[in-house]
Design a protein around this ligand. Structure first.
Ligand code: SD4
Length: 332
């Protein structure tokens, strides 16, 4: 793989925003300051960062952090907002089904002590992240799958819920007309949500939840519920989470890689860039898929990077609730 030129010409850097942290009002981030490479856009804690344009989710997490809640509660309740939002067709209720018409959900959660829980291919439950938390807290295991995860959820008091909405059902029926397996990923305004929070104590937690690729093969699981791939937290160092084609993220254990790169001294931004570089180095077809990472370190400094333009993220900290910020990207 030849070295690629990094072109960082997203709306963010072209607006001169890279060296402009802590500008309060959403939508007016520009200060005219000269962009400086690898300067964190945001820093300090408590804070929340999440993939995609998810203002309600980040606001919910912030509400918890502002009231001195834990980062673990904040990430859980934050991503639950998207799980309940039927207009978000990539997460929770309203998510697009697999090719057989079943909505199957994947989620994981990780706390400051390195405890983690996950569910994969879970059906009929609106809040997979909460089931993942129960796996973490109430079982000796890390991951439950399919029917076993569903049964466990009922035992824990979760209600059976129809996840397939009329809108998603109609779209699936239309897809069947052609039945080509070409999952379209990351073109929506919001997508799989990965969220990282630092609470007032500076402790980090993360969560990631998704309905996976639309019209995937039955039983397909991506990166999102895989600890180390879709999400990783190390409270000594920082956290990272991914969005995009899970098969590519898994091959580099992307989130774990980014946290380890931060441990070695890279900034969150540098670590995300290297994480993306590793992925494209393994796959010459990277022009055809998207992967994006966000990361945060112990200071609350953030980073974000992706392959193609179009991936954005949200940050909420003491200085304000920031508009979706476009991640910088590699232009193939
Ligand atoms: C998956 N990573 O299942 C998820 C999908 C996703 O933006 O993140 N979409 O592969």
């Amino acid at each position: 793989m030849q070295r690629r030129k990094f072109l960082k010409k997203s709306t963010l850097s072209s607006a001169g925003l890279v060296a402009a942290p802590f500008v309060a009002s959403a939508g007016s981030l520009s200060t005219g300051a000269k962009p400086k490479a690898h300067t964190a856009l945001f820093e300090g804690y408590p804070m929340v960062i999440a993939t995609w344009d998810v203002p309600n989710a980040t606001a919910k997490a912030w509400e918890i952090l502002e009231n001195n809640g834990s980062s673990l509660d904040a990430v859980e309740q934050g991503v639950m907002v998207e799980e309940s939002d039927v207009d978000n067709q990539t997460v929770g209720k309203g998510g697009r089904p697999d090719r057989d018409g079943h909505v199957t959900l994947d989620a994981c959660i990780m706390d400051k002590d390195g405890n983690c829980g996950a569910v994969v291919c879970l059906q009929n439950i609106e809040h997979p992240v909460s089931v993942a938390r129960k796996v973490m807290e109430d079982t000796p295991h890390v991951m439950l799958a399919g029917k076993g995860a569903e049964q466990f959820a009922y035992e824990k008091g979760f209600e059976k819920t129809e996840l397939l909405t009329e809108k998603s059902r109609k779209e699936w029926l239309a897809w069947q007309e052609t039945s080509r397996y070409e999952p379209v990923i990351n073109i929506e305004n919001h997508d799989t949500i990965g969220m990282l929070c630092l609470d007032a104590q500076g402790d980090i937690a993360g969560a990631c939840t998704t309905s996976g690729m639309a019209y995937k093969m039955a039983g397909r699981v991506g990166d999102s519920p895989i600890i180390g791939a879709g999400l990783f937290i190390d409270n000594e160092v920082g956290g990272a989470t991914a969005t995009g084609v899970g098969e590519e993220v898994v091959r580099t254990v992307g989130s774990f890689l980014i946290v380890e790169l931060m441990r070695q001294g890279k900034s969150p931004q540098e670590a995300c860039e290297e994480g993306v570089r590793r992925i494209i180095a393994k796959n010459p077809d990277y022009k055809d898929f998207q992967v994006g990472f966000i990361a945060v370190n112990k200071k609350g400094e953030t980073g974000a990077f992706c392959i193609h333009p179009g991936f954005s993220y949200r940050v909420y900290n003491r200085k304000g609730h920031f508009n979706p910020v476009s991640a910088t990207y590699i232009t193939p």
